[in-house]
Design a protein around this ligand. Sequence first.
Ligand code: SF4
Length: 284
Amino acid sequence: MSRPDLFDEIIECLKMQALDSPDTCLSPEVRREFYADVAKPAPPPAHSRRTMSPGCAPQRFSAPPRRSPADSAPHVCSAAPDSAPPAGGKDPRNMSWRELAAAVASCRGCKLCRTRTNTVFGDGNVRAELMFLGEAPGADEDLQGLPFVGRAGELLTRMIGAMQFNRAEVFIANTVKCRPPNNRNPEPDETEACRPFIMRQIELIRPKVIVMLGAVPLRLLFPEVRAGITRIRGSWMDYHGIKVMPTFHPAYLLRNPAAKADVWKDLQLVMAVFGKKHVPGRRA
Ligand code: SF4
């Protein structure tokens, strides 16, 4: 076997191991290359797995779907949990995690595909009980193919730490998977085109709580809600049995540090769901 052939085979083995071993830890660089590469035709896995792990956290995907009572939720989503599939190809509603990652990596479903460097699928534990849903990738995320890795990402990491979680335990995703030019908000046709992907991610992860960061995910999950994020933040919402806490986006907090106190109140409500209490001196 020639040297290049040998390396190719080793790389294929490592990829399959990453799919089959939930505890495999991958560096961001390897993970980025892996996601880019799963878009290419690959040999079928030795045995069927429903999901792959993009992170290092323990996997609990076989657990039955969690349904939280909408006891304290003033806003209940009436919108359909997902929308029509993009034209052509398999319906994301029927995709496995791996198929979804491949579909996103090769997606040309809206005009954002023309200006992106990398798609940003999401990162963390695919069986997380806590999910963070942001707006759209920025410049750093576009370059690295990972969500929340710039300054706002550093702040989000601190917020997650203050909540007594770490990034490997939660799942972090954005409403759209490609960076809008000049960091503008995604346009309605772009969020609509990308909607089936995030809807399927939520369906597969089935978190107990989603923290919605900013107005864009609010519009996506609750299109019928007219109030803005400033008014609605801090109030529990219900998305098909999943508790949702709207709060400000970390990028907004970088521009308006005074709003951190409000966000911290919102995050403590989320912590209480998980039986966690505020530890004095620990906050974002
Ligand atoms: S933003 Fe979503 S729909 Fe648009 S090209 Fe990227 S992955 Fe496809």
